[in-house]
Design a protein around this ligand. Structure first.
Ligand code: ZN
Ligand code: ZN
Ligand code: ZN
Length: 434
């Protein structure tokens, strides 16, 4: 049986008398079982039958870890190594060594209940790792085929969660369908054919406009060397800008300097350092083995310790007098032209010329652009042509904006046709008027 020391984490391939690293002894405790026939509990793990009703300790017996009942010495280790076999004939769970009688401590050969040879056994108790907090709770005994191996300590199962968490799946599957339905409906409204309704043209109007843009300008002040390109109306004046350093020769001077090669005063300092110091168990558990369990560690944290070191350091070096040279400067003022200026910025729409008519005989023309100043120009042109339609259905009047001037020209006042209506609005004219 592989054993990881529950104090220091040292791994041993065989269950030792004590940890080779820290000296901790493996902690082997007894399991107790509950009889499934009469319900008697707290029966010692090494007992093979119920003291109350006499039922055998078979696979239906439930076990709990009695963390207070330690089993010391060779006997404990032999029980912890296992295996705890189930008799092939009467199904009794049998300890790996005799726990009493003249053969005490020797490997068990025959079933104490039916005297059948254990060599025929095919199944054994499976070892499991249990949290310390859950150790005292009765649980079913896991069973595996003989020689099925050992449980590894960190193979902890997370606490079982109640099944069926999260809402029912049906409610979650309805949503996508609803969205698809809404989308199809919307597309039908947008691209469907709509309704065709007869109409009479009862009025026409047109409007054309031209935007007039004005070139904007900005007035500001700056140094002549920093003026923006295209600046005009500049007026400059020589102005003090800054002082500059002008070299006028060199001078010598003396300076005290530490001589790092000559120490005059030593001191010792103590330095504290945190270093790794193995690990510490933060949660213990138990690994079951038939009628006994072995204490184990489920999670570790790193441990550190403080180490003190002394260091010798120089507190004061000898000073020396050193001759040095440096450049001398004088300050000179700099004058530069400082200017006020103007500069053109962007074109912006400042007014709009409009022309329009609502008389059936008036022909669309563009408004006349004239009298522009040098800082003005004609900009964006816009035109719109509207038809006032009276729909046959409900004698309702609707204003429709024609696609272009040609469509507008084809529909005179009094002409009839059919219009495409969607969601109560005219979206297009279908038939050409005769
Ligand atoms: Zn140890
Ligand atoms: Zn019983
Ligand atoms: Zn038996």
């Amino acid at each position: 049986m592989r054993w990881e020391c529950h104090e220091c984490g040292e791994v041993h391939q065989e269950l030792p008398e004590q940890c080779r690293s820290c000296g901790t002894k493996p902690e082997i405790v007894e399991n107790v079982w509950r009889c499934s026939r009469c319900g008697e509990q707290g029966i010692a793990g090494t007992r093979t039958s119920c003291p109350t009703c006499g039922a055998e300790k078979d696979q239906s017996a439930q076990l709990a870890v009695a963390t207070g009942r330690r089993i010391a010495g060779e006997q404990g280790r032999a029980l912890a190594v296992g295996p705890w076999l189930y008799c092939a004939f009467c199904k009794t769970q049998v300890p790996p060594v005799y726990t009493s009688g003249p053969k005490h401590g020797q490997p068990t050969e025959r079933c104490p209940t039916c005297d059948g040879p254990l060599a025929e056994s095919t199944h054994e108790a499976k070892s499991e790792v249990i949290r310390e907090s859950e150790a005292a709770t009765y649980r079913p005994q896991a069973v595996q085929r003989r020689g099925g191996g050992d449980a590894e300590p960190p193979s902890m199962q997370p606490p079982t969660q109640p099944a069926g968490a999260g809402g029912g799946p049906s409610s979650r599957r309805v949503w996508p369908w609803l969205l698809v339905l809404l989308l199809v409906g919307g597309l039908w409204l947008l691209f469907g054919p709509g309704k065709k309704v007869g109409y009479t043209v009862v009025g026409r109007s047109w409007e054309r406009s031209i935007e007039i843009e004005t070139l904007q300008k900005k007035a500001s002040r700056d140094w002549q060397s920093d003026l923006p390109s295209g600046a005009y109306n500049t007026a400059c004046q020589r102005t003090f800008r800054k002082n500059i350093d002008v070299p006028i020769g060199s001078e010598t001077y003396f300076e005290d300097e530490e001589d790092r090669s000559r120490c005059e005063d030593w001191e010792t300092r103590t330095i504290e350092d945190e270093v790794d110091d193995g690990k510490r168990c933060t949660e213990h558990g138990y690994k079951t083995q038939g009628g006994v369990s072995v204490k184990t560690c489920l999670s570790w944290e790193k441990k550190t310790k403080t180490v003190r070191k002394t260091q010798r350091e120089c507190a004061r070096y000898r000073m020396r007098h050193v001759k040095k040279t440096r450049t001398k400067y004088k300050q000179e003022p700099v004058y530069e032209p400082f200017c006020s200026y103007e500069v053109d910025t962007t074109w912006r729409t400042t007014r709009t010329l409009r022309a329009g008519g609502s008389d059936d005989s008036s022909q669309p023309t563009w408004p006349t652009v004239e009298g522009l100043s040098r800082r003005e120009r004609a900009g964006k042109r816009q035109e719109s042509y509207r038809l006032r339609l009276q729909l046959d259905k409900g004698k309702r009047e609707e204003v429709f904006t024609a696609r272009d001037e040609a469509e507008w020209q084809r529909h005179r006042v009094g002409s009839r046709g059919r219009a495409q209506v969607k969601l109560g609005s005219v979206v297009g004219l279908v038939d050409e008027a005769p």
